[in-house]
Design a protein around this ligand. Structure first.
Ligand SMILES: NC(=O)c1ccc[n+]([C@@H]2O[C@H](COP(=O)([O-])OP(=O)(O)OC[C@H]3O[C@@H](n4cnc5c(N)ncnc54)[C@H](OP(=O)(O)O)[C@@H]3O)[C@@H](O)[C@H]2O)c1
Length: 294
């Protein structure tokens, strides 16, 4: 089969098309004919950074071909001995074997049945592949950790991005009032997702406009994270939150003293969101799939 193999960590040119064997499946796995993949920032990170590759892709000595990717949509063409959930011909999608060697950039891939759910018929393979890591991350942040609920005022930083555009829609689904923050060129897109207000981070300071948010969902890298504790993006986000609210920080790792200080000074919970495989993954992905129907 054809696969896109990483020759060595570095530039995108190091990804080359190659002929590799079709993978064998374990008893709990299905063989998927891949129709679409999605590429997330983590893909680019491990592609160019050997240390990240070693930790996140975790190649074993025996790996002959490093094949990146964790997000797929495709068709089941083979099932392991204990697989009950799927049969050949089922259209599926999911974020699988993360962290580890998933090998998604290939014509065929072996995925545990528990990492996949049925793709809704009204969703394309491309859209389904895109709604795996990004949508799951927004879900874990806002629903599992943020406990978003009807009437909450929610700021979504990066509302035009992979995670953020799902965060806007998920918060709206739960009845929140959503303020989307992105660059002005993406204003119409963010509002079309259902955001109630839009703030252009390039020309406006969100914390001067909103000071009573219940939740800030922050999945962006901002240069002002290099500034002091009082001026950086995290502090600005806390300034936009009312006492008792939550800051969900997905990119910056707030330190313990900052977390304790924000709790003591303003009763704001600063929560580090790190999406890794967890017990609710399968149900969460199933719920996300259900949102596309009707
Ligand atoms: N914690 C976790 O578990 C987890 C999981 C997955 C990914 N991540 C991380 O989350 C980040 C976002 O991923 P993604 O897939 O959503 O990336 P993405 O598609 O590149 O989106 C990033 C968005 O951030 C916006 N942005 C940039 N600077 C901003 C600012 N100062 N204020 C508000 N918005 C700003 C951009 O908006 P414009 O284009 O409109 O300027 C862009 O749409 C990445 O760093 C990724 O590594 C974390």
């Amino acid at each position: 089969m054809k696969a896109i193999v990483l020759k060595e960590t570095g530039a995108p040119e190091n990804l080359v098309l190659a002929d590799v064997p079709v993978p064998a499946i374990k008893a709990n796995e299905v063989l998927v004919q891949v129709k679409a993949i999605s590429i997330n920032p983590v893909d680019a990170f491990v592609r160019r950074n050997q240390q990240a590759l070693d930790i996140i892709y975790a190649p074993r000595d025996t790996v002959e071909h490093v094949i990146l990717g964790w997000d797929i949509a495709g068709v089941v063409v083979g099932t392991g001995a204990t697989v009950k959930k799927f049969k050949a011909g089922d259209e599926v999608f999911g974020n699988y074997k993360f962290i580890g060697q998933a090998n998604a950039y290939a014509e065929f891939t072996a995925a545990p049945e528990t990492d996949l759910v049925l793709k809704p018929a009204n969703v394309s393979f491309e859209a389904a592949a895109g709604a795996t890591m990004a949508a799951m991350t927004a879900w874990v942040s806002l629903v599992n950790m943020g406990k978003v609920k009807k009437g909450d005022r929610v700021i979504v930083h990066g509302a035009s991005g992979g995670i953020g555009h799902y965060a806007v829609q998920i918060a709206k689904h739960f009845g929140a009032y959503v303020i989307g923050v992105a660059s002005g060129a993406n204003r119409d897109f963010v509002l079309s997702l259902g955001a109630d207000e839009f703030i252009d981070y390039k020309t406006q300071r969100f914390e001067e406009i909103i000071t009573d948010a219940d939740i800030v969902h922050d999945a962006v890298w901002s240069d002002d994270n290099m500034l002091s504790d009082d001026e950086n993006h995290l502090s600005r986000s806390v300034a936009a939150i009312k006492p008792g609210g939550k800051l969900l920080s997905l990119v910056i790792h707030p330190n313990k003293s900052f977390i304790e200080r924000m709790k003591a000074e303003k009763n704001v919970d600063v929560i580090r969101v790190n999406v890794t495989p967890n017990a609710t993954y399968e149900n969460d992905l199933q719920y996300i799939a259900g949102l596309s129907i009707g």
